[in-house]
Design a protein around this ligand. Sequence first.
Ligand SMILES: Nc1ncnc2c1ncn2[C@@H]1O[C@H](COP(=O)(O)OP(=O)(O)O)[C@@H](O)[C@H]1O
Ligand SMILES: [Mg+2]
Length: 280
Amino acid sequence: MIRLTEKIEHRRAPSSTVLETEGLRRRFDKFVAVDSLDISVKQGEVFGLLGPNGAGKSTVIKMLTTLLPPSGGRAYLAGYDIARQPENVRKSIGYVPQALSADGSLTGYENLLIFAKLYNIASKRRQRCIQDVLAFMNLQDVQHRLVRTYSGGMIRKLEIAQSILHQPQVLFLDEPTVGLDPIARATVWQLVQQLREEFGTTIFLTTHFLEEADNLCDQVVIMNRGQVVVTGAPSDLKASLEKDNATLDDVFIHYTGDQLASGVSYRETARNRRTAERLG
Ligand SMILES: Nc1ncnc2c1ncn2[C@@H]1O[C@H](COP(=O)(O)OP(=O)(O)O)[C@@H](O)[C@H]1O
Ligand SMILES: [Mg+2]
C-alpha cells in the first residue's frame, strides 16, 4: 500500500477548497456547451457532476483537466490557474476519460508501466507503485494477461489504477460506470469510496445515473443543456421537494420540468460496442 506519510499529506487541510470555478464557459462556434459554471469543491470530497447526455459534463472535465481551453471564466485547481499553470494542474490530477484509455494489446502491467513513465515516477519506485495500485484494485492475479481478455469491470479498474499511480490530489472520473454490469458498477463505486477514505483523494465524477451518485457524493451539481439546474448535498436536494422517498431524478424533473432520458444514448451504446469489439 501507499505509504502512510503520503496519505497524510493529502489529508492535511481537510476542509480547504481544492477546486473552484468562476463563470467557466465553453462554446463550440455559437453553441454554448457550458454556460457560466460556478462550483467549489473541498479537499477529500466526492463531487458529482450529474446530468443527461449532452448536458456538458465531459466538456467541464476536459476544461478542468487542461485538455480544452475555456471560452470564458476561470478555474483553479490545487491553487493553480488552469489556463496559466496547466503543467502544475496536470501534476495534481488523475483523469479517467469517458473513452477507453487502456491498450487491449498490452497486459495490465505493461499499461501501468507506460503510465508510470508518463508520470515521471523514478525507475526505482516504479515497481513498488505499480504493485501497490494492482493490490489496491485487486488486479494482481491478472496483471500479466492481455487487457483484451479483461471484463469491462476489470478494464475500468485498470484505468483507475493508471490514473492514481502518481497519487493525484484530485481524481477525475468521466462516466466511470457506463457500460458496466451492476456488480462491476458497485465495485467501481466501492473503490471510489476507498480512495477517498484511505488516501483522502478528492473525487470529481460525472454520471447520468443520478441515483447512483446519491449515496456516494457529498455534493452534486445537476446540469442540463450547459446550465446548472441545482446544486447541493443530495439529501438536502431531495428534502427540498417535500415529497416522500424523493430521488435525484425527481429533483431533476422538479427543477427542469424535463424527463430524463432513461438508459444510455445510441451514440454511447455504439461507442461501448466498438470498445467491446476492439477488446475482443
Ligand atoms: N468538440 C465539440 N465540437 C462541437 N460540439 C461539441 C464538442 N464537444 C461537445 N460538444 C457538444 O457539447 C454538448 C455537451 O457535450 P458533452 O460535454 O460531451 O456532454 P455530456 O458529457 O454531458 O454528455 C453536446 O451537445 C455536444 O454535442
Ligand atoms: Mg460525457
